[in-house]
Design a protein around this ligand. Structure first.
Ligand code: GLA
Length: 366
């Protein structure tokens, strides 16, 4: 048996934040940062990682053999369990994990780990899954590992990514199409240094609140609910104001996703100006209606716009993490430098900027 290499990227969501909690559209791109696993078939699962620290020692169906049941090993265990439930034969995996993704930056380091582990486990057991089947198993693994009721965004983006493109994914039907990014567009990601962990953030509370709002619209497809209907239901006492605001964000954000996809497809000067406005409206909606921004993210978005970004907004699960700014390749490094210099960080760790390209999704690379 010889070792194989598996790669799964992190993602940046251009727009469509938290919409996957109600089956709405998202528009992520896979990054050129990610998780790499070099491993071969074995009797048990035995994976170590210098960067992440620790070692996962598990039965092929995900039961712990060692005493490490914290940290990243939980994700690997949960993926193995989910795949076993789908019928994956009992084949182990021995090797090493490495990662270029910052942890806690909101760039889906856990989803990339789940997807890379899932690909490797499927490959050594000759148990192929369609990308979206694997994405769904990896999403269930996230729930199992840390109890977070996340949507499908991160895992699907890691698997479906395509170089030079964003993925317009309807998270209800799972229909998707590619949206080519304008020639020469770069993705500048700036990590506020305020570390986020979905487990301890208000993510779960927000999901309950939007669930409460959807329950007030019995028998309605969430994608058909309109803003005037939310206003009317709130005014009539059928919806509390918190739930109304959460749903307002999801509904308005869904409209912004489709508008951004259209604007990216026809990047005239006027459309790029409009792109900036739509991103700004998206950020404001996360800040005021969804209430998941932070002063650091607000300031970074403001600075990115001041320093010439085409568009900028917070990205990912909120309550810390990163912003995404769209700019041109020739200006990306300057933008990253000028924003980081101007920002007086209050984060847990120093502010970091990454100039990324939209990249291909997860794959076995050798
Ligand atoms: C996290 C979740 C995703 C999605 C985003 C917000 O990344 O894992 O499913 O809800 O937050 O858009």
């Amino acid at each position: 048996m010889s070792a194989h290499v598996f790669w799964a990227p992190g993602r940046v969501n251009l727009i469509g934040e938290f919409t996957d909690l109600a089956g709405g559209p998202v528009l992520p791109a896979a990054l050129d940062l990610g998780v790499r696993i070099e491993a071969e078939a074995a009797e048990t699962i035995d994976l170590c990682s210098r960067e992440l620290g620790g070692r996962a020692r598990l039965t092929p169906d995900g039961s712990q053999l060692g005493d490490e049941s914290e940290g990243w090993t939980r994700y690997v265990a949960a993926v193995a369990t989910e795949l076993a439930l789908l019928g994956r034969p009992d084949v182990g995996l021995e090797g090493e994990i490495s990662s270029t993704l910052p942890i806690g930056a909101g760039l889906s380091s856990s989803a990339a780990l789940e997807v890379a582990a899932g690909l490797a486990l499927c490959s050594v057991a000759d148990f192929p899954l369609e990308p979206l089947e694997l994405a769904q198993a990896a999403r269930r693994a996230e729930h199992r590992a840390v109890g977070v009721p996340c949507g499908i965004l991160d895992q699907a983006a890691s698997l479906l990514g395509r170089a030079g493109n964003a993925v317009l994914l309807e998270t209800g039907s799972l229909a998707y199409e590619y949206v080519p990014l304008p020639e020469g567009m770069a993705l500048v990601i700036i990590d506020s240094g305020v570390s986020r962990r979905l487990e301890s953030s208000g993510y779960g509370t927000r999901q309950e609140e939007v669930g409460r709002a959807l329950a007030a619209f019995v028998d309605r497809d969430p994608l058909d609910i309109t803003l005037p209907e939310i206003d009317a239901k709130e005014a009539g006492g059928g919806l509390d104001s918190v739930a109304a605001r959460r749903l307002r964000h999801v509904v308005s954000e869904g409209e912004r996703v489709h508008e951004v996809a259209r604007l990216l497809g026809d990047p005239t000067e006027a459309n790029l100006r409009r792109l900036g406005e739509v991103f700004a409206a998206g950020h404001e909606s996360v800040r005021s209606d969804w209430e998941a921004s932070t002063p650091e993210l607000d300031r970074l978005v403001e600075l990115a716009c001041e320093k010439g970004a085409v568009a900028a907004r917070m990205t990912g699960g909120g309550f810390g993490g990163s912003i995404v700014a769209l700019t041109w390749v020739g200006e990306a490094a300057d933008l990253a430098d000028s924003v980081t210099d101007a920002f007086a960080g209050h984060g847990d760790s120093p502010i970091m900027a990454y100039v990324c390209r939209a990249s291909d999704g997860a794959a076995q690379i050798s």
